[in-house]
Write a protein that binds this ligand. Structure first.
Ligand SMILES: Nc1ncnc2c1ncn2[C@@H]1O[C@H](COP(=O)(O)OP(=O)(O)OP(=O)(O)O)[C@@H](O)[C@H]1O
Ligand SMILES: CCCCCCCCCCCCC/C=C/[C@@H](O)[C@H](CO)NC(=O)CCCCC
Ligand SMILES: [Ca+2]
Length: 544
């Protein structure tokens, strides 16, 4: 790596020890100086407490001359001068520094930075350096601030939507207690809207929000709230640019704003599958440092009419039925999925139809790979020049048809529906689970929670595709669609034209990122944006 010129280097005091502290454009490092004479001001032997204390798995080395640490400038959150007098007063609470040593080093500044903790968690850590002179202290603060200002990918103004109703209904508390203090620390200004009804955020983004004022939008909620953000922003951008969303072939104009998620939902699969954990503090820190992650987006059409976008799961059969049943049990919170999941498993409905798909032959990698793709280390696109292969058609009876555009990992299934799915390769993994015994289906489901391969079963197949269509065996009439849209679950003219009737309805619903689609027959196209599309904190799209 190219050696960076030093911007500053000084001997500063940290927790009674002298450190050589150095800053260049990339790194802030501090290394303990000579062990024999390192104690200052008479040596302090009593223990003292430090403010934030998180495991330092990374970044700490113990060499001959003592510990050394390094923090990437891109992960420094803030720097501030410290009022040493007030810091060292014993007011009965913990103290940052013992008083004696700071008498000789009366000026101090604190650097807050990202510390990587366990299982993909990020935490905010503080380190306080004491200086001999005020001018030196100010020089450090100013130089670090200049470096932070030069980081152009960081947001300064954010529009935040909180869903007070998602997950365990803790959105507002999570934001106020865990996220807002971090945004303040990082000098990010926010305009916060607590939503009052479903689609409030979507419609506000689509029509009213003064988007020019912001560097990004953030939702506090689950996958449904993220979906509202996507629909609001993408629709507005298309409308402003005269793009017809109803045409499956039309290219979408990418939006310029990024979307961040603070997880406060029931599944939080979009957050979990990209960041690796559904932790509000971790997501807030990713947002602050300006991380971005491109994502695939599927657009879903029915008879040349745009229905919705999907970024995680499009599921017909099992996951459609779980969702339809669980929506009536929202009062149960996230546990509704366990209840409805078990109930749906017992009903064991299968659905007949035809799946046609366009395999993605121009990429490397398959859904059976052992690799995992998450934000920050997703595989780059390996596009091969020739687009080979045509549509394939599969008819049958299916317990589930799932299209996973990302792994769909979530706390219920840490490896997800399609563990090797890529976040940004322009494909979706189409998983077909054919009719089988309850016992076998249970084995398949349980494998989502273990290390065993859920695709290694003779009734399951998985294809990496660019487009697909599904047509149910029995045509859905307009009146059936109307009934469904009016919220009545249709047991679909059971028996009529249904020779193998065993009370299995003719149609399921599509579960589109946690929202129900009334149409069974759909056509889907998946695309990656060469731009950043969405997520944890990201930008956006192009299409199909
Ligand atoms: N103020 C509100 N009142 C009622 N519903 C709302 C409100 N704000 C948003 N919604 C709707 O609540 C639904 C669920 O929200 P969200 O996705 O945040 O939580 P969830 O469904 O519990 O979590 P997940 O999607 O991760 O399973 C979404 O469809 C969203 O449109
Ligand atoms: C009987 C034993 C069952 C054990 C099965 C474990 C398998 C879990 C796989 C979980 C896949 C989640 C896919 C994510 C879908 C989200 O877009 C959507 C909106 O948040 N959530 C659901 O539909 C909620 C879906 C919840 C399904 C249970
Ligand atoms: Ca993908």
């Amino acid at each position: 790596m190219e050696k960076q010129p030093r911007l500053l280097a000084s001997q500063l005091l940290l927790k009674n020890s002298l450190f050589e502290v150095s800053l260049n454009r990339v790194l802030l490092t501090w290394k303990e100086i000579a062990t024999k004479k390192k104690r200052v001001s008479g040596g302090i032997h009593h223990p003292f407490k430090v403010g934030f204390c998180f495991p330092k798995f990374l970044r700490r080395d113990k060499g001959e001359s003592g510990t050394s640490h390094g923090v990437s400038v891109s992960e420094i959150l803030a720097v501030r001068e410290l009022d040493v007098d007030s810091e060292t007063k014993d007011d009965g609470r913990w103290q940052k520094m013992p008083q004696k040593s700071t008498e000789a080093y009366p000026y101090a500044f604190t650097v807050s930075y990202v510390e990587r903790a366990w299982q993909h968690r990020w935490r905010c850590s503080d380190v306080t350096f004491h200086c001999l002179e005020g001018a030196l202290c100010q020089q450090w603060v100013q130089t670090i601030r200049e470096q932070l200002t030069a980081l152009t990918s960081r947001p300064k103004h954010l529009l935040v939507y909180i869903n007070p109703y998602g997950g365990k209904q803790q959105g507002e508390r999570i934001y106020e207690q865990k996220v807002a203090p971090l945004f303040t620390l990082a000098s990010i200004s926010t305009h916060v809207i607590v939503t009052e009804h479903a689609n409030h955020a979507r419609d506000h983004l689509r029509t009213e929000a003064e988007l020019k004022k912001y560097d990004g939008v953030v939702c506090v909620g689950g996958d449904g709230m993220f979906s509202e953000m996507v629909h609001g922003l993408v629709s507005r951008t298309q409308r402003d640019n005269g793009v017809d969303q109803n045409s499956p072939e039309e290219k979408l104009v990418p939006c310029t704003l990024r979307i961040g998620i603070i997880p406060a939902g029931s599944t939080d699969c979009i957050c979990y599958a990209t960041v690796g954990i559904n932790d509000p503090v971790t997501s807030a820190l990713h947002i602050i440092v300006g991380d971005a992650q491109p994502m695939d987006v599927c657009s879903v059409h029915h008879n040349n009419t745009f229905l919705r976008y999907s970024v995680s799961l499009l599921g017909y059969g099992f996951y459609g039925d779980v969702l339809a049943d669980s929506e009536r049990k929202r009062w149960m919170g996230p546990a509704r999925y366990d209840f409805s999941g078990f109930k749906t498993f017992l009903t064991h409905h299968y659905y007949e139809g035809t799946v046609s798909f366009l395999p993605a032959t121009d990429i490397l990698g398959t859904p059976r790979d052992k690799t995992r793709c998450r934000a920050g280390y997703h595989q780059p696109l390996f596009l091969l020049p020739e687009y080979k292969g045509g549509w394939r058609v599969i008819r049958g009876k299916f317990l589930a048809i799932n299209a996973a555009s990302m792994s769909c990992a979530c706390p219920r299934s840490p490896k997800g529906l399609s563990p090797a799915a890529h976040l940004a390769d322009g494909t979706t993994d189409l998983i077909l689970v054919r009719k089988c015994s309850r016992f076998n289906f249970l084995r398949h489901l349980l494998r989502h929670t273990s290390k065993y391969d859920q695709f290694d079963m003779n009734f399951v197949e998985v294809h990496r595709v660019r487009r697909f269509r599904f047509t149910p065996r029995y045509c859905q009439s307009d009146s059936e669609l109307d009934l469904r849209e009016n919220g009545k679950r249709l047991f679909s003219q059971i028996c009529r034209d249904h020779p193998a009737c065993s009370c299995s309805p003719a149609y399921s619903s599509w579960n589109c990122d946690g929202e129900i689609l009334p149409h069974a027959a759909i056509e889907v196209g998946c695309v990656t944006t060469p731009y950043n599309l969405l997520c944890k904190y990201t930008v956006h799209s192009e299409s199909i």
